[in-house]
Design a protein around this ligand. Structure first.
Ligand SMILES: [Zn+2]
Length: 375
């Protein structure tokens, strides 16, 4: 019985209506569009199977919650439109452990004594600043859209997500997960899902979906590296460091440098990410939308190798190449080979054919089993 219930619940996971162009395209092709939650379904699935009763309840509750969120989006649309005009704008709301979004607006979040408020504020601002200063992009939609964040969503809610209009953060259950604002790269990751929606519109299935996930990891990590002023060599290339409590055997949700090595835990299972095309996992779409959080390890590693090869601050060159690909060259159905080709071609235009930078892009993709083509 539990098996049926879990399966049913997993299939419903994170299904949200999507109103944007990319979403509509995807909806026509595949039906409803999954929300882009930071905890991948394979992880919640493991907890639902192997956790203690409390942990299993938590996982099932998290899986079911996204269904409820769907109905609230219409009501929120008016608030969103009213706040979308102008230059830099970020706002933080306190859902006060309820399920109404966005919640009550927090005055002066920068000086708040609440760490979740402060982290959500700082993370949104750091993401906005990176997109503006490194890539000349004015917010998620490049039109100055206000970045709204709601913290303390529901009770002990184990996830963070971009719902197509705003960021939502749970407090975590405290047993396996800390509060979801704790990792700044998670904030950058989720907000980048918004950027991707407005630009390439990569569908959230199979290779385009894994590329969508990878773009979020790339720019999420760059937000963190930029805040810490780290070079590619100094960066940890981890996604979600600090999210696990000390009870979990693992350092983060994912490792871009060494995909598949981020955690190995009796309850969460082992990090299933692939690091090379020979380990690409062909999965049915009901499993993590065709393995979007698993195969994303491949382009993640290609970016990491490229950035390390170029050296210096990764957002200055490698990040710019990837950003232009995402903004101008990739389409909703682009896969890894297209990403390799486009980034290789862009590097040639930006830095010259046969330049160190272009060779670095080639090395990045070649080492994960993909040969970029100049045409
Ligand atoms: Zn994601």
């Amino acid at each position: 019985m539990c098996k049926n219930m879990c399966k049913n619940t997993l299939e419903k996971m994170c299904l949200l209506e999507e109103g944007r162009a990319a979403g509509r395209k995807q909806e026509q092709m595949y039906g409803r569009v999954p929300a882009q939650c930071i905890l991948p379904p394979h992880m919640l699935n493991e907890i639902a199977k192997k956790g203690n009763p409390k942990q299993r309840d938590m996982a099932l509750k998290t899986l079911l919650m996204s269904e409820k969120i769907r109905g609230r989006r219409e009501a929120f649309a008016e608030v969103y439109v009213a706040m979308s005009l102008g230059a830099k704008c970020t706002r933080v709301y306190d859902a006060k452990n309820g399920q109404d979004l966005p919640g009550e607006e927090v005055n002066d979040p920068e000086n708040s004594s609440d760490p979740a408020v402060k982290e959500a504020h700082n993370g949104a601002n750091a993401t906005y600043d990176m997109y503006l200063n490194a890539f000349e992009r004015n917010s998620i939609d490049d039109k100055g859209m206000c970045i709204l964040s709601s913290v303390h969503f529901d009770e002990k809610y184990d996830n963070a997500f971009w719902d197509g209009r705003q960021m939502v953060y749970g407090d975590g259950d405290g047993e396996l997960f800390n509060r979801f604002t704790i990792s700044i790269d998670v904030i950058g990751h989720e907000l980048t899902h918004g950027v991707t929606e407005y630009e390439a519109g990569l569908v959230y299935y199979d290779q385009p979906g894994a590329l969508n996930e990878s773009m979020s990891d790339v720019f999420g990590s760059l937000v963190k590296q930029r805040v810490l002023n780290q070079t590619a060599e100094e960066a940890d290339w981890l996604i979600g460091e600090g999210l696990f409590t000390s009870k979990v055997k693992g350092k983060a949700l994912r490792s871009m440098k060494e995909p598949g090595t981020a955690y190995d835990d009796p309850v969460l299972g082992k990090d299933p990410q692939s690091a090379h095309m020979r380990d690409y996992k062909r999965l049915p779409r009901r499993e993590d939308s065709g393995g979007v959080h698993i195969n994303s390890g491949i382009p993640n590693r290609a970016f990491c190798i490229t950035a390390m090869e170029i050296g210096g601050h990764a957002w200055e060159k490698a990040g710019k190449i990837w950003y232009i690909a995402l903004r101008d060259r990739l389409r909703y159905n682009s896969g890894f080979q297209a990403a390799a080709n486009k980034t290789f071609q862009i590097a040639g235009v930006m830095f010259g054919t046969g330049s160190e930078e272009q060779n670095a892009v080639k090395k990045g993709w070649t080492e994960v089993g993909i040969t970029p083509k100049a045409r």
